[in-house]
Design a protein around this ligand. Structure first.
Ligand SMILES: [Zn+2]
Ligand SMILES: [Zn+2]
Length: 208
């Protein structure tokens, strides 16, 4: 059970997901519902990753403002990038963290409050019961997912057979082995790195 340090948390027993908890803790208004809206609306739907980024930037901004920082336009976005982007050097990141710390921001608490796209996914499905309306090309997506799954299974079967032939021929030693195939995709533009299945389910990468 989560330890309850504020009264508002105690009254919301069924809403104990990280998103809801952090939204209350950092006074982020109705962002928990807003994520559902951004995910299901007709136009320009956000991907799960983009929703996580959206949430985390708001959280960072709130933490900065709470400590009396005058947060300029785009500053929270840039600071978030410095804290999280793979392309930022360790030195630059340390500088950004130190600057926040000097302003009184509990950077460790903020960073551990950041949410992943998996957390956003659980919140949307578990708390909001949100469902994305079917897109026109849903069939194409479904077929593509099946095609990749079939290819993946075939790779597993071929590998298993090949290994067991080698074992039968005493070419290799192998115990009770499991073959696991993971097809991953990396986008060189935005750095998204995920399995092909998740990428499709998530509507693609973070590129705008
Ligand atoms: Zn939730
Ligand atoms: Zn991308």
């Amino acid at each position: 059970m989560q330890q309850s340090s504020t009264a508002s948390r105690a009254e919301s027993d069924e809403r104990t997901c990280k998103i809801d908890r952090i939204a209350v803790e950092y006074d982020l208004g109705d962002i928990a519902e807003e994520l559902g809206e951004l995910w299901t609306r007709e136009e320009e739907r956000y991907s799960l990753r983009r929703l996580a980024t959206h949430f985390n930037r708001r959280l960072l901004r709130a933490a900065m403002e709470r400590n009396g920082m005058d947060v300029l336009e785009g500053e929270a976005e840039n600071t978030y990038r410095l804290l999280t982007d793979d392309d930022v050097s360790v030195g630059t990141r340390t500088q950004a963290r130190n600057r926040l710390r000097k302003q009184g921001v509990d950077i460790e608490a903020v960073e551990s409050a950041f949410v992943s796209y998996q957390t956003v996914n659980r919140h949307l499905k578990g708390c909001l019961d949100a469902e994305r309306p079917a897109e026109p090309d849903e069939d194409g997506v479904e077929k593509a997912t099946q095609r990749i799954a079939a290819l993946r299974n075939r790779t597993v079967v071929v590998t298993e057979n090949t290994l067991s032939q080698l074992r039968s021929a005493d070419e290799i030693t192998l115990g009770d082995a499991d073959v696991f195939v993971d097809i991953t995709v990396t986008c060189a533009d935005c750095g998204t790195h995920t399995t092909a299945r998740e990428l499709i389910a998530d509507g693609g990468c973070d590129c705008e």
